[in-house]
Design a protein. Sequence first.
Length: 99
Amino acid sequence: ESGAERLLKVTLRIGEMTEAIEDALQFAFDVLKEGDPFLADAVLEVRMVRPKSVCLDCGATFEHDRFHMFCPECDSFALQLLAGREMEVESIEVDLPEE
């Protein structure tokens, strides 16, 4: 709709808790580009977001991995995930015609 001549770059923010695999996303993007001149030179950038939680017992906020979801302060497992489930398009760059 913007009149873009070609796609240059797509940046995704993907939370590690989604268990999305960066290499699989890249492979799928490369397959999508095949035979499409609009997408031919486009680049996919994937920014992985580490999980971050708040402890519902002591209030500590901390980053962790997918497997160790215990509060480092009080060892509670009563957590609320604040970040790490994102799956969003952060930005799209296109080449617009000069007017």
